[in-house]
Design a binder for this molecule. Structure first.
Ligand code: B12
Length: 328
């Protein structure tokens, strides 16, 4: 699908958008007429030309209706999202600019500036995630190719890693395993969660992409993680992810899951664990609350952390060296 430019107007035709998102063109026109959605630039001949941001709005409208919202309600939500993202729009747009310039360092500078201006939570939830979605639309509309998507994705992941490494040493006693489903390669949501959790003192074991059930349960047992979060982004990988969750459910960890594979409520029936939804800050609070020590237990934790005898799992333990003869 190629972005067409007529004269100076760049963008996708209504037919192209209709094919891309699977929304009939008359429906797109009626949303514009009734709710003022995705009012686009027009060519000299009056033809609509949709930019990536407008296509992202129409995608959100489609997804909200898929999630079971009534059209009018979904339209309000899309408009609110458009307004609430206003202050962040130039930062979100930077994802497309960097795809054009192929200058990864530029994204690092933009995200540092964004964090300084809005704070880490907003930089991640209101800029990085929408920016990644925008790259998805640009990739799907042919506006950027896989190399540009990869460059922007890698630059985003490097920035998250940098923030994590410069962040606080975890002070919470319990730890959390973060894993993708067995078929999933989408890790940015998980890596964003790791940074947000670390900011609140939680240490995480990030396993990343494509983790089979046996490796997941082995990691949970080895780390004695008090909580485990499993993410799947593609519907076709949901069944394998549920099998992973069922395996993890047989360990003592508290189980959570998320990702676009579980957006529709019908996909979450009989799935073990707690669904974390789409708001990562709320998700961090849900997990933190679940791991908070029971009343009265906190003093023991404090006592434990302050007592030199019981090092926290994150303090540097002397590595036991065994020489040839096996004696340490
Ligand atoms: C980067 C990317 C890739 C990279 C991933 C690299 C990496 N390490 O992450 C690569 C190149 C590997 C990739 C591969 C593929 N991709 Co891809 N990818 C993307 C892209 C552009 C960004 C993904 C992202 O980070 N999004 C940001 C996420 C985190 O935000 P979000 O989607 O809004 O998620 C919300 C919720 O799900 C939830 N959430 C998500 N994660 C988490 C985590 C936690 C802990 C919590 C609490 C909540 C949560 O909250 C979020 C915010 O509200 C998306 C576009 C998009 N729209 O997302 C396509 C996209 C997801 N990919 C897509 C496809 C089809 C593929 C491939 C099948 C392509 C192919 N033919 O090979 C493969 C499949 C790989 C696999 N086996 O999983 C499609 C999926 C369509 C669909 N049916 O669902 C998309 C939507 C692109 C498109 N426009 O069509 N992809």
């Amino acid at each position: 699908m190629v972005t067409e430019s007529v004269g100076s107007v760049r963008g996708l035709s209504i037919q192209g958008v209709s094919e891309l998102l699977g929304i009939p063109a008359p429906t797109i026109r009626s949303w514009e007429r009734r709710y003022g959605l995705a009012q686009t630039a027009r060519t000299g001949g009056g033809h609509r030309r949709y930019a990536a941001t407008e296509i992202a709005d129409l995608r959100l409208m489609r997804d909200e209706i898929t999630r079971g919202r009534r059209t009018a309600e979904a339209a309000v939500l899309v408009r609110d999202a458009a307004t609430s993202t206003q202050p962040y729009r130039s930062f979100i747009q930077a994802f497309l600019d960097v795809a054009e310039t192929m200058n990864a360092r530029q994204l690092d500078v933009v995200l540092d500036h964004c964090r300084d201006q809005f704070g880490l939570d907003d930089a991640i939830c209101r800029v990085i995630l929408p920016g990644m979605r925008l790259i998805g639309v640009a990739w799907q509309t042919g506006r950027c190719d896989i190399s540009q998507e990869h460059l922007v994705t890698n630059a985003t992941r490097s920035w998250l890693k940098k923030v994590l490494s410069l962040g606080p040493v975890p002070w919470q006693r319990e730890t959390i395993v973060l894993s993708c489903g067995p078929g999933d390669l989408h890790t940015v949501g998980l890596e964003s969660m790791e940074v947000l959790l670390a900011q609140r003192g939680w240490g995480c074991h990030l396993l990343g992409e494509r983790i089979p059930p046996t490796a997941l349960t082995a990691a949970i047992n080895r780390t004695r993680a008090a909580a485990t979060i499993v993410v799947s982004h593609i519907a076709s990988h949901r069944r394998a992810t549920v099998a992973s969750l069922q395996a993890a459910d047989r360990t003592s960890t508290r189980l959570f899951y998320a990702g676009n594979a579980f957006l529709a409520a019908t996909t979450r029936t009989a799935v073990p664990g707690t669904y974390l939804g789409e708001d990562l800050i709320q998700a961090v609070e849900t997990v933190s609350r679940a791991l908070e020590p029971a009343p009265g237990e906190s003093d023991n934790v404090l006592k434990r952390c302050l007592s030199p005898a019981l090092p926290s799992p994150w303090s540097l333990r002397p590595i036991r060296r065994t020489d040839q003869r096996g004696s340490s």
